[in-house]
Design a protein around this ligand. Structure first.
Ligand SMILES: [Zn+2]
Length: 105
């Protein structure tokens, strides 16, 4: 391996460090995915409230669904934000599992 020492190192991080980072990114991604699933369910409920004018739990008709529109928009933004974060953890996972890809700086 001595002849490789002159090549640029892909990363200064040790195997254990990269392993820990990969684990952390995976855990974070799992949490984010669970959060997004819950919010997507709420979003579905708001869609039902607004589009069908029916309460998703008791199925009673909704007189004025417009009050839920702001909540639905916020929920949709939350889902998009979580999707974005999930995408970033994917990048972290890649960086930790294949550090060579990010060499050559
Ligand atoms: Zn209800």
């Amino acid at each position: 391996m001595k002849e490789l020492q002159s090549l640029p190192k892909p990363t200064d991080k040790s195997e254990e460090q990269l392993g820990a980072e990969l684990q952390q990114a995976e855990n974070e991604q799992k949490t984010l995915t669970a959060q997004r699933a819950a919010k997507e369910e709420s979003l579905d409920n708001y869609d039902m409230l607004i589009d069908k004018r029916v309460c998703p739990t008791c199925e009673r008709p909704i007189e004025d669904p417009s009050v839920y529109m702001e909540k639905r928009n916020r929920m949709r933004q939350d889902v998009n934000t979580l999707l974005d974060k999930e995408g970033k953890t994917e990048g972290c996972k890649l960086a930790a599992s294949k550090p060579g890809l990010f060499s050559g700086r």
